[in-house]
Design a protein around this ligand. Structure first.
Ligand code: ADP
Length: 369
């Protein structure tokens, strides 16, 4: 069992810098939870408080229901894997993995068994006698993970462990860590600024901004029902488009007026948007929910000018302009677009999200998770 709970946890550095504010998080036993957000938003500080590497200014940290605030790191039964692998250069891979256990006076046979078991899981058995400098970045990162595995911790913490790897290796290691999670059946908490890592690896994502948790939920729940404009723009790539529009009532229909075009609100959204009649809202639509409909204006389509075309092979990203605002569409690669071309896209209005102009909170309710 290894359930981690943060109750109203906060961190103020040197009595001045507030890094984390009122964090409430439940990491269930065996869950893979990812903390994600832009640089400097307090993710690592939260992880370091869980590890015991930073004091907790306020609130409670519980592991399996036991208060951990004042328990020293070595007694928390947690292992942390860092971005810079921090391997000892003069030791072999075997010695690097065994070192922490030797310090703890674990007997030699047990150390040998644990190192070989971990090396087998990570497919680094053939490197056990090598020094770190004779390994690639990906192999070093595996050794760093191995050093955590041999400790048989209750909880694994990862702090941006893939940031130093090139793009291709990052994708491979991402899959390896996910697979490791299934094989070890362990509780894991993973920090990253990369929303793709969060989406692909997490059972549950915690989105941070400026030290505050914005939303917690499964990857698809956050993608489908972002609770505010920040989460809507952060989760998903390319990001969700936001257009400022005025909500109008015309012949008992609700209409969005952008200035350059009008769109009819999907019937299921009418009730929630009714109180915004004659007010401005953010109309949010994902690039993948825009369908190309030709070169001239059809009803309920958005007239746009092509600004940039990025063919990616499987699909094409197109940067577009309305008369006053910009958007991104993701389209089928079989249709080619020219810069400056006039095009029309139809938004799938039932997929639209709306955000309050003042609070930036989602206007449509989300189903329970
Ligand atoms: P993230 O991991 O999301 O990039 P951090 O948790 O490292 O963010 O940092 C959150 C905030 O706390 C930042 O403003 C950062 O500058 C500040 N901070 C981090 N470590 C310290 C420290 N040791 N002393 C003072 N401020 C710090």
């Amino acid at each position: 069992m290894a359930k981690v709970e943060l109750k109203g946890v906060g961190k103020v550095y040197d009595g001045a810098v507030r890094a984390v504010d009122n964090a409430n998080i439940v990491v269930e036993d065996k869950e893979f939870v990812v903390f994600v957000g832009p640089s400097g938003c307090g993710k690592s500080t939260t992880l370091r408080m869980i590890a015991g590497l930073e004091d907790i200014t306020e609130g409670e940290l519980l592991i399996d229901g036991e208060l951990m605030n004042d328990v020293p790191p070595k007694d928390r039964n947690i292992a942390m894997v860092f971005q810079n692998y921090a391997l000892y250069p003069h030791m072999t891979v075997y010695e690097n993995m065994a070192f922490g256990l030797r310090i703890k006076k674990v007997n030699k046979d047990e150390i040998d068994k644990r190192v070989h078991d971990a090396a087998r899981i990570l497919d680094i058995e053939k490197f056990l006698e090598r020094k770190p400098k004779a390994l690639s970045g990906g192999q070093r990162q595996r050794v760093a993970v191995g050093r955590a595995i041999v400790r048989h911790p209750k909880v694994f913490l990862f702090d941006e462990p893939l940031s130093n790897l090139d793009a291709k290796l990052r994708v491979q290691m991402r899959a390896e860590i996910s697979s490791l999670h299934h094989r070890l059946d362990a509780t894991m908490i993973y920090v990253t600024h990369d929303q793709v890592e969060a989406m692909t690896m997490a059972d549950k994502i915690v989105v941070y901004k400026d030290g505050k948790i914005q939303q917690t939920g499964s990857p698809l729940h956050l993608y489908n029902y972002p609770g505010n404009k920040f989460v809507a723009g952060f989760i998903g790539s390319p990001p969700m488009n936001f257009l400022t529009v005025t909500v109008l009532e015309e012949n008992s229909d609700l209409i969005l007026d952008e200035g350059g075009f009008k769109l009819k609100v999907s019937a299921e959204h009418n009730a929630c948007l009714k109180k915004y009649v004659d007010k401005d809202v953010y109309f949010g639509i994902r690039p993948e929910d825009l369908d190309f409909s030709g070169n001239s204006g059809a009803q309920d389509s958005i007239p746009l000018t092509v600004n940039v075309v990025e063919p990616l092979g499987a699909d094409t990203t197109i940067w577009l302009n309305t008369k006053t605002q910009s958007m991104i569409a993701r389209t089928d690669p079989s249709r080619t677009f020219k810069i400056g071309e006039a095009v029309n896209f139809v938004p799938r209005m039932e997929k639209a999200r709306y955000f309050d102009k003042e609070t930036e909170l989602a206007i449509l309710p989300a189903p329970r998770q």
